[in-house]
Design a protein around this ligand. Structure first.
Ligand code: PLP
Length: 374
């Protein structure tokens, strides 16, 4: 089987599985007795390791239940912490941010302003950041196309207006260097299962000030931002996975970029009217194609039948006959957007996997176009 959906989730690293198993017997890190203190020390070490890997202070590391939850806590919490009703965000955010902004508009009177995006899927006008807002959100790299966003510029623009900026870095952490202090955003979301840690573990980096207001109520764990007993084993597995991902980041980036380039060359040669959705700046692990006239779900099923696992890249569009919001924001016509395919690479991807896609893609697209014409 050739797995090309690493952007959705990537297999757990062996070091993370080992740590997860080793620490699975840990008890409540909030306990005041010996086993609690032991668990608390293990958790503190994991927090320190993550802080070090991401250029943050340990107190700024908040363990959450997912990247989605980290995004929710930050965007909702920063909005509630400020009297301003404006929110500025890009329209290509993952639903974890996009739907949060939309729901704040419906339930809490937020006035959302969307940043324009060019045809390459990159935010190209940050003007909306010049007026103060309760919170602004800009993802670091888009999960569907891999397009890298102008986060450093957004940090500077938001800072001059006094607006807290949240960055969804779920696709970037473990793939590119991240230094929370140097970059200077207010909050940052990451997700362990994107870099070989366990699923169900997110990281929120949150400065002491301005800090999100608490949106969940409970026992006050994780600075009150994410109350609930922390899963110590998953926290350690996350720290270990992140350390390994950071250590091999550069060599892996180069390896994946070369495989991705080979993949792109092969696919475009096999299907000459295919379009590579975005070129630069883009994550080295992503190749996102449009096959005009093809049916996206048929593409996925036909590839699956040939032992190739990939996705359209858009969770909410899968199985639903609706163009992805990201492609709509980029101005891609509906008929082209219907034939989207994301092939995302990771550390288990081999040259053999790439050859397999290149061998099968022309036939798969031809058949998916028949399905698209029905
Ligand atoms: N943000 C981005 C950019 C993502 O790609 C994803 C996952 O696909 C998420 C947020 C949500 O992360 P999680 O699956 O941990 O909730």
């Amino acid at each position: 089987m050739a797995y090309f959906d690493h952007a959705a989730t990537t297999p757990m690293r062996q070091c993370a599985i080992d740590a997860w198993v080793e620490y699975s017997a840990q008890l409540n890190p909030g306990g005041q007795y010996r086993s609690g203190r032991e668990a608390s020390a293990v958790l503190a070490q994991a927090r320190e390791d993550i802080a070090e890997a991401l250029g943050a202070d340990p107190v700024e590391v908040v363990f959450t239940g997912s990247g989605t939850e980290a995004n929710n806590i930050a965007v909702r919490g920063l909005f509630r912490a400020c009297a301003n009703e404006r929110i500025v965000a890009s329209p290509i955010e993952h639903p974890a941010v996009l739907e949060t902004v939309k729901s704040l508009a419906v339930t809490e009177g937020a006035k959302a302003q969307w940043l324009p995006v060019n045809t390459a899927g990159v935010v190209n006008d940050l003007g909306a950041l010049d007026a103060p807002a309760a919170v602004a959100a800009l993802m670091w790299a888009n999960n569907e196309t891999g397009a890298i966003q102008p986060v450093a510029q957004a940090v500077a623009r938001a800072a001059s207006a006094g607006t807290p900026l949240h960055v969804d870095a779920v696709q970037v952490v473990g793939k590119q260097p991240v230094d929370f202090h140097e970059l200077g955003m207010t909050t940052l979301a990451a997700s362990a299962h994107k870099f070989g840690g366990p699923r169900g573990m997110g990281i929120l980096l949150a400065r002491r000030s301005p800090a999100p207001a608490a949106t969940l109520t409970g026992g006050g764990q994780e600075r009150g931002l994410r109350p609930g007993t922390v899963d110590v084993a998953s926290a350690v597995a996350t720290a270990v996975a992140l350390r390994e991902a950071v250590a091999e980041m550069e060599s892996e980036r180069v390896r994946e970029a070369s495989l991705r380039d080979e993949l792109v060359r092969g696919v475009l040669a096999a299907v000459p009217d295919a379009r590579l959705t975005t070129t630069s700046p883009v994550l080295d692990s992503h190749a996102h194609f449009l096959f005009p006239g093809a049916n996206g779900d048929a593409l996925i099923m036909l590839l699956d039948a040939r032992g190739i696992e990939a996705s359209t890249g858009s969770a909410c569009a899968a199985g639903v006959n609706r163009a992805s919001h990201v492609l709509v924001a980029m101005g891609v016509p509906q008929v082209d957007a219907a034939g989207a395919l994301r092939l995302s690479l990771g550390r288990t991807t081999t040259a053999h996997d790439v050859e397999k896609v290149v061998r099968e893609i022309a036939d798969v697209v031809e058949r998916a176009r028949v399905a698209g014409a029905l």
